[in-house]
Design a protein around this ligand. Sequence first.
Ligand SMILES: Cc1cc2nc3c(=O)[nH]c(=O)nc-3n(C[C@H](O)[C@H](O)[C@H](O)COP(=O)(O)OP(=O)(O)OC[C@H]3O[C@@H](n4cnc5c(N)ncnc54)[C@H](O)[C@@H]3O)c2cc1C
Length: 455
Amino acid sequence: MTRQVQALVVGGGISGLVCAYALRKARIEAELVEASSRLGGVINSVTRDGFLLELGPQSFSGTAALRQLCADLGISGQLLEAPPRAPRYVLIDGALQAVPMGPAALFSNSLIDGGTKWGIVRDIFGKSVPPDADESVATFIRRKFSAQLLDRLVGPFVSGVYAGDPEKLSLRSAFPQLYEAEKSSGSIVRGMFRNAKAKKGPRERVTLNTFRDGNESLVRAIGNHLGTALRTQTGVTGISMRDGGDFEIQLESKNKQDSVSAQALILCTPTNMTGTLLGQLDSQFAALLNSVEYAAVAVVSLGYRKSDVGHSLDGFGFLVPRSAGVRVLGTVWNSSLFPGRAPEGQALLTSFVGGATDPAASKLAPEEHSALVHREISPLLSICHEPVFSNVTIWPRALPQYNLGHMDRLSRIAGLQTQFPGLYLAGNYLRGPAIGSCVEQALAVAENIRANLAR
Ligand SMILES: Cc1cc2nc3c(=O)[nH]c(=O)nc-3n(C[C@H](O)[C@H](O)[C@H](O)COP(=O)(O)OP(=O)(O)OC[C@H]3O[C@@H](n4cnc5c(N)ncnc54)[C@H](O)[C@@H]3O)c2cc1C
């Protein structure tokens, strides 16, 4: 006989975990199934040879929702915060230059030229209107400011968040606050100030966090909390509708088939899997979800003896404009930000290669990645010897790209969803790829389900 649950959450990445946790907290009988043997999806912390490595995200913004979640789970004491004023660098003319922290510093800095500064003044005192059509981040920055700002600061920032191509990323999907600021106030600066002022409650301090034992601590804590409501090595292979509107979900666990029926079905899987599963309900889902592009990223962690590194490594790390002719997108100085990332006397540096602007990089072998990163970062950080440690993780589908047309695609998916009350989606392709955005979206979905089931 098919077992019945109120809600079935599919996918044990951060989106699915938080959604299942919030549903159970609201006393909804929710279960979570995860196809692989481990939880966390792309969040993966590993200890090897005394180094604490993050194979996926290196850290996360400590949003209010995340802090509350940590408090609920009793793990706030494990949170670590990066030094708030740690400088960030950008590679300009072959050297690392500190990125100005704040508008005043940007204005007095030589990183951007007079034309760009004039663009900022024009934005503050003038009025502009965004075009009706979806506009790329690159076109927007060139229209409002300058090609130089795009190359030196915005492009590297876009690499850091989306591993994306600013020529393809949609401004209104990838950076909705900027789009809304111009639309509502005719100016980015004025609009952003207005939005910040309109926010209720005390101003949120932006922090950069991890846990003492790595990002995966959050995943483990939620997993422990879910207990028997959680099944790993259990993948969803099929979905159909039953008379009465419940979902019948086919599961496969260690080559054994099983099924469960659920009033609410929450898919927290990447778009290709979500498309395959929902394609069984309506083929248009598959077409729309499969058209979301992903960028591949290689995460290359190298360990060095500190005495072999000439640079002070005082800071967050650096980002690289594409015009620099370097394949590394950026490097995080893990051991400068958080304690316990490297053995005494050694430094851990994690670099990213690939992204939407260099898809060929994902074809390189792990040894080629290590060699490439060492070759490129050595002159920048005055490194005089080979690394003592190396670890490479290649994510062929690392990050969804919020490219032109993304918003239209999402609204068409939402339109199809209305035919299937009880079907919900969560995941990093919807409201932002950052862990904090995934958490907020998963909480909102859980709240929506709670309200709908209570009706
Ligand atoms: C290299 C890299 C660096 C990043 N850096 C940062 C950073 O510094 N800061 C930050 O905030 N964010 C960062 N991110 C983004 C962030 O980590 C992710 O967007 C987020 O963790 C995605 O979570 P998710 O649950 O939506 O998806 P995923 O983590 O992809 O989880 C989806 C889960 O679904 C499971 N699944 C798939 N198919 C099925 C099925 N049929 N049945 C059951 N389960 C299934 C998968 O096994 C997986 O566990 C980074 C991401 C990457 C890849």
